[in-house]
Design a protein around this ligand. Structure first.
Ligand SMILES: Cc1cc2nc3c(=O)[nH]c(=O)nc-3n(C[C@H](O)[C@H](O)[C@H](O)COP(=O)(O)OP(=O)(O)OC[C@H]3O[C@@H](n4cnc5c(N)ncnc54)[C@H](O)[C@@H]3O)c2cc1C
Length: 417
């Protein structure tokens, strides 16, 4: 008997879709090419839930920042030039989206979706058996230079207009939030409603919850193609044979464009590689999560452990680790937190993940126009965890024939088709 919904990919987007679809009574199968417990982008990230982050990746100033960083091997941003028409198209669309008008239009949509997602996270964390270390303690964007602090201060009015609580802090204010931590900074912008969690615990909890609810998760099964009957997809081909379904959801992260080959779909996406390192015994423990603004490094307490994450390398699906850029993260950590010299990171394993990046900073979440029974849930870039639950909720509503929130129209997966 075909499942009501077959989901491709067991990252945060796929598992949240499975969770909310099953809660609506749909039968669900998840196909994941990796073994259970393997690393994906959804496990080693910074685990921040950021309704206060309403500025999309494509925003004014990003192009010049990117060009300036290109020649610095330790910079947090890098784009490897290559003769690839997909990259050329993505860069062109990113360039077109990086202006104040488009960023201002994206702001209210990102805020509304992330506020809804935050509320779903809180509800999830209150369910028995779903403990993933959710901390509702806020996030501070810490600035070390007057220029960065001025730029963040300029966001204050926009944040308020969007209904986002935010406070501008001086250096003592930043330190007061993190007793016992030496912080070299001029101040910061604090978002008290942002949250953080341990993403691996979240994935494990969701995995258990959906399996307990009757979802079949098939690991080690890679989707290789689509079986069509006219506009309708009847089954996916996999390396373990065909899997039939009534509806399908493509949630294969950075590999989604590749998996979508054979569909009448066009998902311009690039993988944005990032690294993280998790200190098991940090020399000091911040109380709230932080973005080190100039360095673009995320810092997240996870129980007794502390995670530093950063860099955005547009280098295709290459998963190799650039030690120079990892060194850049370590150096920045010591500049903001003098208690964290490079020696504090000695021997710490480096994790890497590929963020699925759309060109305009909005995800692709919705139904494909040319295939009545295919849904898409990808392209969240730096917001995949933060928007995980609302993504799952939208997919589940669409799969069940319910109306999604109005803002989901902006996530149309056919907007470039
Ligand atoms: C350093 C770093 C820090 C980050 N910090 C944050 C943060 O603080 N907050 C936040 O919101 N986001 C953050 N992100 C981004 C976030 O991690 C991603 O947006 C999110 O994990 C993407 O989830 P996904 O489910 O779309 O993709 P993935 O997690 O990549 O999952 C896709 C899955 O699809 C599977 N798959 C691929 N191809 C196939 C196939 N052919 N058949 C079957 N299965 C397939 C893959 O194996 C994979 O398991 C960070 C990312 C990085 C790199």
């Amino acid at each position: 008997m075909p499942s009501d919904l077959v989901i491709i990919g067991a990252g945060i987007a796929g598992l949240c879709s499975a969770y909310y679809a099953r809660r609506r009574g749909l039968s669900v199968t998840v196909l994941e090419r990796n073994a259970a417990g393997a690393d994906a982008c959804s496990t080693g990230n910074a685990g921040m839930i950021v309704p206060g982050d309403f500025v999309p990746l494509a925003s004014p100033g990003m192009i010049s920042t990117g060009l300036r960083s290109m020649w610095n091997p330790e910079s947090p941003f890098y784009l490897r030039p290559r003769a690839d028409p997909d990259l050329v198209e993505w860069c062109w669309r990113f360039f077109r989206a990086s202006n104040a008008k488009r960023a201002d239009a994206a702001g209210p949509i990102l805020t509304a979706a992330q506020m809804d997602s935050r509320a779903l996270f809180v509800a999830l964390s209150e369910q028995a058996g779903l403990d993933f270390g959710l901390q509702q303690r806020g996030l501070t964007m810490i600035c070390a230079t007057p220029h960065a602090l001025e730029k963040k201060a300029a966001l204050l009015d926009k944040a308020k207009a969007l209904g986002t609580r935010a406070t501008l802090l001086d250096a003592d204010g930043v330190r007061a939030l993190n007793p016992g931590v030496e912080i070299a900074c001029l101040g910061g912008l604090h978002f008290p409603d942002d949250c953080f969690l341990d993403p691996r615990r979240l994935l494990e909890a969701l995995h258990r919850a959906v399996e307990d609810a009757g979802v079949e998760i098939r690991h080690g099964v890679s989707v290789t193609g689509w079986q069509r009957r006219g506009r309708v997809i009847r089954a996916v081909q996999t390396d373990h044979g065909e899997v039939e379904g009534k509806q399908f959801a493509l949630a294969a992260g950075s590999w989604s464009p590749r998996v979508s080959a054979g569909l009448d779909a066009h998902l311009p996406m690039q993988a944005g590689k990032g690294y993280s390192m998790t200190l098991e015994q940090p020399p000091a423990m911040p109380t709230v999560s932080a973005i080190l603004v100039e360095a673009k490094v995320a810092v997240t307490p996870m129980g007794r452990r502390l995670r530093f994450g950063g860099t955005m390398e547009i280098t295709g699906l290459d998963e190799s680790i650039s030690q120079r850029r990892v060194d850049g993260i370590i150096k920045s950590a010591g500049q903001y937190f003098p208690q964290f010299p490079a020696s504090a990171f000695a021997g710490t394993p480096v994790w890497r993940g590929l963020r699925p990046c759309s060109p305009d900073g909005l995800p692709f979440v919705g139904r494909l126009r040319k295939h009545d029974n295919v849904l898409v849930a990808t392209g969240h870039a730096m917001l995949g965890v933060s928007m995980g639950p609302i993504t799952g909720e939208i997919i589940a509503k669409l799969a069940n024939g319910d109306k999604p929130p109005a803002y989901a129209a902006a996530f149309d997966p056919d907007r470039y088709n």
